[in-house]
Design a protein around this ligand. Structure first.
Ligand code: ADP
Ligand code: ASP
Ligand code: MG
Length: 446
């Protein structure tokens, strides 16, 4: 069985939804098809939520009307038959009546906001399922809220998903296509929750891992993982093969094509991931898998670059660190206590610099560190530039090429050697575009 995920642009227009119906039924492989919300819907729902939080209810209602009009036009083009139109209208009536019911709730809390934002995926999947029915495809809709759950730390409960799917899927044995929602899940309180923005990729990988799929395919609007951020750098090109480690680094460090956690479940269960372009289905895309004999052994040393914004650097000094053991443990226990992941790390004899991207608990962390360390002012608005490739110890000359390319850009921190596939640097975000372009020129141009 395969798991195929289609992102917002892939389902955002009626003709795109029609073309993915042909894509998913073009061969006999059974598929779980994970859909995002139609492009723009999640943002629109969040904007409605903001109005409801601010008590600007009239604005929210106008925005709901506009969204409904958008969906009315969508179903008008999607379905060819009266029965199809009726089915689509029923979906819209039910979901928009729920959305409107939220406008009366005061105060409008995070719980309601999560219910509201889940509507994007609830709408797209029901409309698609009704379309498959109109087209006579043997398909069923499996509600993600019945098998996707996160724990108290927002981590996925994959054993629960495994268990639930093993109960639910046998009931659909005669269906070629099983449709489900990306992004949405329940939390330990049983409330509707989600896997954070872009989370449909993660849903696909969690399902793919849970059912030990033969392959996970992420269909989007570009022909695979490019060697650099195509929104910032001209002349990027698709990378045909990446190892799980390489892809995980790129996703975590900012390659927007994949939610940061997507690769983890696929790697854990050894399920290959293929990135494909809905607009150009015959293009090969990118294959992400364990490095095996099928991988191209002549792959270049430098494969790709990504950038992650919103990083804060903390500078921690202590003369007691000199020749002492246990000092790093004390520091990291504090980050653990406040559930704040550290991304990058650099050490000297008496100092440690670390970067974090979640500053929610920075006041507690710095207060506690101050009891046994001196702290410099943190640097905010930093960007991690992550370079991925084959940097095994036998590959000389990696650092010199990177530093040559970066010669005009101030670098705040460097991390190299954590794995054989990553070299990361911290720069102020104002240098991000220059750094990505300089690396493209220095590492990838012939
Ligand atoms: P979807 O809605 O299908 O999930 P996203 O917008 O989340 O699509 O991801 C696809 C976009 O990611 C591309 O259109 C591209 O602009 C952006 N992107 C950023 N970095 C990369 C990269 N290294 N390779 C490919 N796409 C990237
Ligand atoms: N619809 C959600 C978002 O826009 C999830 C996704 O598209 O992956 O973030
Ligand atoms: Mg996405």
């Amino acid at each position: 069985m395969h798991v195929w995920k289609f992102g917002g642009t892939s389902v955002g227009k009626p003709d795109r939804m029609q073309s993915i119906r042909h894509l998913v039924t073009a061969d006999d492989t059974r598929k779980i098809v994970v859909l995002s919300a139609l492009s723009g819907s999640t943002n629109a729902l969040l904007a409605i939520g903001e109005c409801l939080k601010d008590n600007t209810e009239a604005v929210a209602i106008a925005q709901i009307d506009a969204l409904r009009a958008h969906y009315d036009a969508f179903i008008g083009e999607l379905y060819a038959t009266d029965a199809g139109q009726q089915a689509g209208k029923q979906v819209l009536d039910a979901e928009f009546s729920f959305i409107r019911s939220l406008t009366g709730i005061k105060p409008f809390t995070l719980k309601q906001e999560k219910e509201l934002v889940a509507e994007g995926e609830l709408l797209s999947t029901q409309l698609f399922q009704a379309y498959l029915e109109e087209e006579g495809v043997a398909s069923a809709l499996l509600p993600a809220l019945e098998f996707m759950r996160i724990d108290a730390d927002n981590g996925p409960e994959i054993a629960f998903t495994q268990q639930r799917l093993s109960e639910m899927l046998p009931n659909q044995a005669d269906k070629q296509i099983i449709v489900t929602q990306g992004f949405i899940c329940r939390n330990p309180r049983g409330e509707v929750d989600n896997l954070k923005r872009g989370g449909s990729d993660y849903t696909a990988s969690l399902i793919g891992g849970a059912i030990r799929a033969d392959e996970i395919q992420i269909w989007t609007d570009i022909d695979g993982m490019h060697n650099n951020d195509p929104r910032i750098v001209k002349d990027t090109h698709p990378v045909r093969e990446l190892t799980f480690d390489e892809a995980a680094e790129l996703a975590y460090f900012g390659a927007k094509i994949l939610h940061p956690s997507t690769i983890t479940p696929a790697r854990m269960f050894g399920v290959p991931v293929r990135l494909k372009n809905t607009m150009e289905p015959s293009a090969p895309g990118t294959l992400i898998a364990e490095r095996t004999g099928t991988f191209d052994s002549t792959a270049p040393v430098f494969k790709a670059v990504a950038a992650k914004d919103g990083i804060t650097a903390l500078y921690i000094h202590s003369s007691r660190m000199l020749n002492a053991y246990g000092f790093l443990r004390r520091i990291f226990e504090i980050f653990e206590k406040y559930k704040t992941p550290v991304d990058m790390l650099a050490t000297s004899e008496v100092s440690v610099s670390v970067t974090i991207d979640n500053t929610d608990r920075i006041a507690d962390i710095t207060a506690e560190l101050s009891t046994f360390c001196d702290l410099e002012e943190p640097d905010y608005d930093q960007t991690i530039i992550c370079i991925v490739g084959n940097f095994s110890a036998d590959n000389g000359g990696v650092a010199v090429r990177v530093f040559n390319a970066m010669q005009n850009i101030p670098i705040r921190m460097i991390s190299y050697g954590g794995t054989e596939s990553n070299l990361s640097m911290l720069v102020h975000s104002r240098y991000k575009a220059d750094a990505l372009n300089a690396l493209n020129e220095g590492l990838f141009s012939a």
